[in-house]
Design a protein around this ligand. Structure first.
Ligand code: NAP
Ligand code: MG
Length: 495
């Protein structure tokens, strides 16, 4: 790995209290309440953050509604595009700072958060392109007489984005892209564990020329998310997070018939056939689950290895996993940092204990890391369970931590059936050099993404989303902006 320079502490943190961003102003919560955000690698207090409540949600939604009618509405697509390209440049220029905020807030290694730069910038430039591609249709109809029919595409209105903590700046950008492209306005609630980079991103939006009130950052806890998802002034909710909260949001949205897209959890299968290139498959299978300490929605947490190579594969996987450098996120060589919080660590350790009780065998890891360099933080060993059977809790439930469950299989039909025996359907991996196997698996797996001889590929132009309990809606890709547009039919009688 090339040595990278760790940037200085972000200037944003010179302010020990972080206010939210509503209508272009950094404002405290109306109640005056604040919550803490801490560095999970050390326990250090990074800042106290305005804790928005229902009254702040109301203020932010009204601000976003007013901004819909302001100068934003009059802007031509090419003007929105110009602002978005400027924003992309600013995000590019300031990415060290944004990545550093995420490293401190989330605990992900700086080497990882900084790698998000190319994607964040590419997303903004992709959606900037889409701003000038919005088009209705002229439709030939069979009505009596001479009647013209065409459709108009209009911004859906005020969007509430509610985000998880596992990839903060990338998530902020992903949510803002289609909003700016379509002329909607946004109230975005970052997760309570990682609110900092969203606030800095909001400032950069203003600097780029996004009119005040178009992008609002509402910091707060789950009750602020709940207030947003039931506020009658919100037209659409774009939620990314757990399946449980996703269900609550669908209920809350029903009363005012909001449009909703939900990107939820997963328990994704990663399937290695005997003919695979093991030099590639071994490290990829490990990093499919240990990257970001397992806190990735589409992590490859169920590893199926064909029986004839299983022994060799598991030995090599265990050896590779033992080399993963876990520790200080600010050390450029670190590959895995802590998990995000004490709550998350306890939840993961609970799954690990449960697995042992249910009879699984920890081939590697299986415990919290303690001692020099680990004491203040929430570090868990990269953990591989062997002899897992399909019915065990760790084979079925999303853990969202560095825990891999591994299984043996023999045939394509068998592995397809077992891989699909889950309520989720987000990601999946297939490792084979056989073209027919690759295509059969790609057709047969019920999941929003199938990665063949790779894992976790994402691109602004390629749709990403879930089947089943992993949610609905597709982010990225040419059709994503449709979720942010209403379609109006116009009939003009020419007779
Ligand atoms: P979470 O607990 O569902 O929280 C997500 C967001 O919802 C947070 O901002 C949270 O606020 C807020 N929230 C909590 N209760 C709410 C309520 N009743 N109504 C409205 N909003 C509410 O998820 P998380 O633990 O942050 O993130 C991990 C989960 O996200 C995993 O399940 C993962 O698979 C999923 N995820 C999915 C994708 C995808 O694209 N499919 C991507 C990343 C993550 P607080 O932070 O204040 O609790
Ligand atoms: Mg934090």
């Amino acid at each position: 790995m090339t040595m990278m320079t760790i940037p200085p502490r972000p200037a944003l943190l010179d302010r020990p209290h972080q206010d939210m961003l509503i209508g272009g102003q950094r404002v405290p919560a109306l109640s005056g309440k604040r919550f803490e955000t801490r560095n999970p690698a050390t326990g250090e207090l990074l800042a106290t953050v305005a804790q928005g409540g229902a009254e702040d949600v109301d203020r932010a939604v009204k601000t976003a509604r007013a901004a819909l009618e302001g100068p934003w509405r009059a802007m031509k697509p090419v003007e929105r595009q110009r602002i978005m390209l400027r924003l992309a440049d600013l995000v590019e220029q300031h990415f060290e700072e944004l990545a550093m905020l995420d490293t401190l807030d989330l605990g992900a290694p700086y080497s990882r958060t900084f790698m998000g730069k190319a994607r964040a910038v590419a997303l903004l430039r992709y959606y900037a392109g889409q701003a000038t591609l919005i088009a209705g249709d002229t439709i030939d109809n069979s009505a009596m007489g001479d009647v013209l029919s065409h459709t108009l595409k209009e911004p859906i209105g005020v969007v509430a984005a509610i985000n998880p903590w596992n990839g903060p700046i990338g998530m902020s950008v992903w949510k803002a892209g289609p909003i700016l492209a379509t002329g909607c306005t946004l109230v975005m609630k970052p997760a309570e564990q990682t609110p900092l980079s969203a606030l800095r991103f909001g400032e950069l939006c203003l600097e780029a020329g996004v009119p005040e009130g178009v992008i609002n950052i509402l910091t707060g806890l789950g009750d602020a998310g709940a207030a947003l998802s039931s506020h009658p002034g919100v037209d659409k909710i774009a939620f990314t997070g757990s399946t449980g909260v996703g269900e609550k949001i669908l209920h809350a949205a029903a009363a005012s018939m909001k449009r909703v897209t939900v990107e939820l959890g997963g328990k994704s299968p990663n399937i290695v056939f005997a003919d695979a290139d093991l030099d590639k498959a071994v490290p990829a299978a490990a990093m499919a689950v240990f990257a970001n300490a397992g806190q990735i929605c589409s992590a490859g947490t169920r590893l199926f290895v064909q029986s004839s190579i299983r022994e060799e594969f598991m030995e090599r996987l265990a050896a590779f996993t033992r080399t993963i450098k876990v520790g200080d996120p600010l050390d450029p060589e670190t590959q895995m940092g802590p998990v995000v919080s004490l709550v998350q660590m306890d939840k993961i350790l609970g799954f690990i204990d449960g697995a042992v009780t249910e009879g699984a065998n920890a081939l590697v890891g299986g415990a919290r890391m303690t001692g020099t360099g680990y004491d203040g933080g929430f570090f868990i060993q990269p953990t591989i369970f062997d002899n897992v059977n399909d019915g065990m809790t760790i084979a079925r439930e999303e853990i969202f931590g560095p825990v891999l469950s591994s299984f043996a299989f023999d045939t394509i039909e068998e592995v397809l059936q077992r891989a699909n025996a889950t309520e989720f359907g987000l990601g999946s991996g297939v490792w084979t050099r056989d073209l027919a196997t690759a295509h059969r698996m790609a057709r047969g797996i019920r999941a929003g993404s199938v990665w063949v001889n790779c894992y976790q590929m994402l691109d602004p132009g390629v749709p990403f989303g879930g089947y089943g309990m992993s949610g609905f809606g597709r982010e990225s890709g040419p059709h994503h902006i449709e979720d942010y547009l209403e379609t109006k039919a116009v009939w003009i009688n020419l007779d």
